[in-house]
Write a protein that binds this ligand. Structure first.
Ligand code: FAD
Ligand code: S2G
Ligand code: ZN
Length: 478
């Protein structure tokens, strides 16, 4: 269990009683109060199997009103709650630590409206990202974010983690694309900030409190989000590159020569791509190189755009910045290349235990941490993958070892966060703080900021029942 593995003491929350279960059954139908141990188990374990909670009950609300009744009851009984979307989070934020009640949104998955002119989509928080993307595509729109977990993650979870992903370079982050939301506070108060206006400067912008607060300030139940136009022309380049300096040069050239049509610029080192291709038996369309770059364009003129990208490739090869590469607009080929990149996340899990890091680093130092870690682990059996969103200055470092040991844990943490702090980077670029990183948040947040966070938590959730043990290291005494 997480509590033993990470040495965490249970706070003085209430302990769920049979009378509580009976009460929940008066709000939800019987089958939406899950108490059978084997049924509850998967809701206690996170996607990368780093954390395991001890929840005894999963509640599956269908409406905001049900969420409101559940929370006001839990608040009055000091029963802790762990909000859960698709459970694809990577920092242990989506599963209980002890016996918190799991509040799962799988059944709150209705699309409410879509304004095809403005691109404003309104839906419930439990909608799966890929389902939304498929739905809006039928209306010549796309979702403003894309990530490897799209088949399972919820838009409510994306908002709660302020998920970044593969398209952030072009479409920005959720603080920009979320137009409004409905949320429920710890005491059951329903907060209606569900607006589809692009501009609304009337008082404090409260929606931002729930974007990235990982279920600790309130529970998101409905979302209004701006969907960009479906690009008429999409092309993807997959290039082999000799060293990281050349990747940085290519990135500068991509911004200047692809300019307005550049929609993604991703890198992955040989370790991450070769392991992924081997472990998952995928087919790499080009051969073995020290580094790989994916460059995607979203534009409106197929011929014009693929000409630009092909010229980018040929000029890259003439200058030696690109060793080899392929450019395609064929959906199946693009899907295969993206699948290789998106599968890196899970590839390491097949080789052993994965310590996952997701950091923001100044671009000139972007890859240095990988080399530092390889040196630090040279006497151990360990693989280090380096891959991520170059355009966001965000690298994902996965350290794969045969099994978890406290010794390896102490070699890696807090070392990696101290190094990130030296670069004035962020210890968590896009995955959030969750359960695994509150003790390191001070490497990226000043005490004055942490104090305001505690004050906000105290005023929004005075009993601290929402997702305890997550995000903030020392929530005011509960
Ligand atoms: P969960 O994992 O269920 O929960 C995440 C957090 O949000 C938890 O703290 C939970 O308590 C809270 N929460 C969930 N729903 C609600 C709600 N309705 N109201 C309030 N709080 C809520 N992340 C990226 O940013 N970029 C990537 O490129 C990326 N790629 C990934 C690829 C793979 C293969 C995997 C497995 C994960 C990836 N992730 C990525 C991480 C993860 O998918 C994101 O953090 C995602 O936003 C989580 O959504 P979810 O619905 O699964 O949320
Ligand atoms: C990505 C996925 C999770 C990880 O692939 O962009 O965000 O850390 C990551 O591998
Ligand atoms: Zn990522």
């Amino acid at each position: 269990f997480s509590s033993e593995k990470y040495g965490v003491k249970r706070k003085s929350f209430g302990v769920i009683q049979p009378t509580d279960i009976d009460y929940f059954k008066t709000i939800l139908s019987e089958e939406r109060v899950v108490t059978d141990e084997s049924d509850v188990l998967p809701f206690n374990i996170d996607w990368i199997k780093n954390c395991r909670g001890q929840s005894k009950v999963v509640l599956k609300p269908k409406t905001t009103e049900e969420v409101s009744k559940i929370l006001s009851y839990c608040n009055s009984k000091r029963l802790a709650v762990c909000p859960q979307g698709g459970n694809t989070g990577l920092v242990g934020g989506s599963v209980p630590v002890f016996d918190e009640i799991v509040l799962n949104f799988n059944l709150m998955n209705n699309i409410i409206s879509l304004d095809e002119i403005s691109g404003a989509l309104v839906c419930e928080s439990g909608c799966v990202l890929e389902n939304l993307d498929n739905y809006v595509r039928d209306h010549n729109l796309i979702m403003p974010l894309d990530l490897g977990a799209k088949g399972s993650c919820h838009i409510g979870g994306n908002i709660s983690t302020n998920a970044g992903g593969l398209r952030l370079l072009r479409y920005g982050n959720l603080h920009g694309s979320v137009l409004g939301l409905e949320a429920v506070k710890a005491d059951g108060t329903i907060l209606d900030c569900l607006r589809t206006l692009k501009k609304d400067n009337t008082g404090y912008h409260l929606k931002h409190l729930f974007i990235g607060s990982e279920g600790t300030l309130g529970v998101v139940t409905k979302v209004a989000i701006h969907c960009p136009a479906l690009p008429k022309a999409v092309s993807l380049g997959f290039f082999g590159v000799k060293n990281f300096e050349n990747i940085l040069e290519l990135y500068k050239r991509a911004k200047s020569s692809l300019g307005e049509i550049l929609s993604a610029f991703e890198m992955a080192d040989n370790e991450s791509i070769s392991s992924t291709v081997k472990n998952l038996k995928l087919s790499n369309p080009i051969s073995d190189y020290p580094f790989y770059v994916l460059v995607e364009t979203h534009g409106s003129d197929e011929v014009h755009d693929s000409e630009k990208l092909s010229r980018f490739l040929s000029e890259g090869m003439d200058s030696g910045l690109i060793l080899d590469g392929t450019v395609t607009s064929e959906p199946a080929k693009m899907k295969n290349i993206w699948n290789i990149r998106e599968s890196i996340a899970g590839a390491g899990l097949l080789e052993g235990y994965t310590f996952k890091y997701d950091v923001s680093i100044p671009l000139r130092n972007y890859y240095e941490l990988v080399e530092l870690l390889r040196k630090r682990l040279r006497d151990h059996t360990a693989k280090v993958y380096g891959y991520g969103h170059v355009g966001d200055g965000n690298i994902h470092i996965n350290v794969i070892v045969p099994e978890y040991t406290k010794q390896l844990y102490s070699i890696l943490e807090p070392y990696i966060f101290e190094e990130v702090a030296k670069f004035r980077g962020s210890i968590s670029a896009e995955h959030g703080v969750g359960f695994r990183k509150p003790q390191f948040i001070h490497y990226s947040k000043d005490e004055s900021a942490l104090q305001l966070m505690r004050d906000m938590k105290k005023s929004m959730d005075p009993n601290g029942i929402l997702n305890p043990y997550k995000v903030l290291p020392d929530v005011p005494n509960i």
